[in-house]
Design a protein around this ligand. Sequence first.
Ligand code: GLY
Ligand code: MN
Ligand code: MN
Length: 428
Amino acid sequence: MKTNIPNSLFIRNRANLMACLPEKSVAVFTANEPMPRNGDQFYPFRQQSDFFYLTGIDAENAFLILSPNNPTEQYREVLFIEPYDEVKATWQGEMMDNKQAKEISGIETVKSSDEFYAVLNDIALTGCDTIFMNTYEYPKYECNVETIQQRFVKKIKELYPLHQFGRTAPILNELRMIKSKEEFDITQDACNITAKAFRRCLETVKPNRYEYQIQAEIEYIFKLNNASGHAYAPIVAGGKNGCCLHYSKNDDILNDGDLLLFDIGCEYKNYSSDLSRTIPVNGKFTERQKECYSAVLRVMKEITKLYKVGGTINEINQTTYRLMEQEMIKLGLFTAEDVAKQDPDHPLYRKYLMHGMSHHIGLDVHDSVDKYKPFQPGMILTCEPGIYIREEGIGIRIENDLLITEGEPVNLFEGLPIEIEEIEAAMR
Ligand code: GLY
Ligand code: MN
Ligand code: MN
């Protein structure tokens, strides 16, 4: 999918990063590689997010060198792309040329990736003390497969064992948390497409359809509206499946009288959207479902007020737990006396609400983070309270994406049915 993002975004992103690099340093980056699946087959290519953030280049076998203080001007920003290959072009289609790469990225010096190590040598061995490298730094990330970024770090360290090394991840994580106008606009477009997909679900969900058939409706709308696909494994979970936080089989039948929990988001121009809604399969909430849904929605409205400058994810989580505990008492899940006696390390609400309420979104759905950082204008975060009552087969999550501003947060899903009456009306 061509992204057609103005290269002003990537030019500014590189300038912001380079402003943070010390004298006598160079930063090097590699693109992602295709992930093999089996003979002649690969998983769909997805660019490494930082590489995309700095270049806009959505192709494999590419490198970037940033050497802001280099005396040779054309070495300050150098992009390397895969050289033209007749066989590859025949089998896989048109390849990007240097002129296109320059237009996409705004980088003047574009060379063949075959030249990368020679150019780096010239830069690294002439007045450069520190090589900055990029690895994916996300606190909860575990990966048993050695990525191209990890192999790249090993190789560069072998080539330059006596240089100092630095990490670009902390700098990029900080920069990526604040979205520019271009990024906000793309994210809003992504949310609009996801909203359309949810509206289609409101019209097409009914008892005895299968979860994957509803997923097909979503995927149809995503592609029809130029999204590349899902930003994460979609959750289309009927009844008790909604209580499974990472349910993604989506292969069950939808039963009359059950709820249906969606957690879906398209990826558009490599940016994520992240939406949760919970609806009744037959178009009408039962009284009990209404009580539980209203509890979550009330709390959501309260905590949305905390998405303001200076707020924190921790404050949102703690407030939600406190409010939901009261709602759970009203729902009869436990009593105030039970709470007074509970083990503070294992509070009773945890049985029915076991996740955090917010994360940054951006090029990654759980975007690069400093989860302690107080909110600033330009951050986009989710707001996603829920309740999961396994013994009743009731799983409810409601999720919006919110832009932090100097004033009230902007809801990127503004106008999308969320009230019980709105959902029932749309399903009639
Ligand atoms: N869709 C992933 C999440 O809501 O965090
Ligand atoms: Mn979600
Ligand atoms: Mn989310």
